[in-house]
Design a protein around this ligand. Sequence first.
Ligand code: C6P
Length: 409
Amino acid sequence: MLDVARIRADFPLLGQPENGRRLVYLDNAATTQKPQAVLDAVAEYYRTTNANVHRGAYDLAIRATEAYETARAKVAAFVNAWAPEGVVFTRGTTEAINLVAGAYGRANVRAGDSVVVTAMDHHSNLVPWQLLCQEKGATLRMVEITEDGRIDLSDFGRALERRPKIVAFPYVSNALGTVNPVAQLAKLAHAGGAVVVVDGAQSTPHLKVDVRAIECDFYALSGHKMLGPMGSGALVAKPELLEAMPPYHGGGEMISRVWDDHSTYNKIPHKFEAGTPNVEAAVGLAAAIAYLERVGPERIADHERALAAAAIDKLVQIEGVTVYGPRDHRAGVVSFTYGDIHPHDIATILDQDGICIRAGHHCAQPLMRRLNVAATARASFYLYNGLDEVDALVGSLVKAGALFGYVPA
Ligand code: C6P
């Protein structure tokens, strides 16, 4: 296990009491807290380096551009991207996937084609494809999941028989914690002639990610879920695909020459970064990556797996509790229900003990339908959580159960 006390000391917000109790922050799949190193990097950027990037002829602007481009290289190295110019900064995973659907999808999907997603996809990796398919008259095919919350490989195979243009799936499910066999899925999808889009919102913060080993074509990530600032994120793509794609947004920076009635475009990745970018977010994300690298992505993954396993072992012993998702190949996300207690009630009661969990459909309504629930409660762990917080979660849940007349085992 990681030295949690030492790590927690790096996170100012975690030292702040919540409802008069020690804060137990277990909503890391939604967003993570930020270490002092990230806060400092952002403040330092504004104190010493701020200017608009890629435009200035003066030294300050050159330093700001360098900071921004160094951050791009940092993101590229962290996920073993094909090249730094294959990293497009976005506001997060949602914008990255919309970019792929709006630019690659619009240029390549035609009436009668199919696009494949899975029943465990977050709305961010579903609705952009719905919009695309509706616009083009294409078919959206949703691959089913198994009873224990994995992608159903036989249904995946059936979906590929139609030779879809695009196949999209999550690396890690935000509502089940399932770690999908992404390299295998990408291989199958490529054999079926598709381009592969991986939603990396929940994998990049928690696993050692190697986009070239996965052999996907597009990979989306959110910086705020990996200790970085809100509004940070990226699309990581094969450069040749970005080169061939039309632009997504129009405006400054993305152009080469502009005439009255048409324009030529900048080289990648700038072709996809119209307007003044969020330099602060990029700089903060680079500092977050440096922090994660110091701790070690593999050690973080092991730590979270241990916390999730301990939580599941304890939760399943409480009569009336159902834990969703597989028992193996899972990350530090634990979704559960407790009898007929509404997950929102569970979250509110836990909050009185200073424990933050998420309750709801987790932006995965098709998945909730398949689980036959409207919502679940969800605890999601990160590097600064400890086993004592698993105990706090379970203890508070037992108290909640008692309030609703459930007798703990
Ligand atoms: N899931 C959660 O609590 P953005 O909002 O763009 O940073 O990330 C969207 C997104 C995409 N894919 C997956 C698998 C995700 O988990 C998320 C964000 C949060 O689960 C907020 S709903």
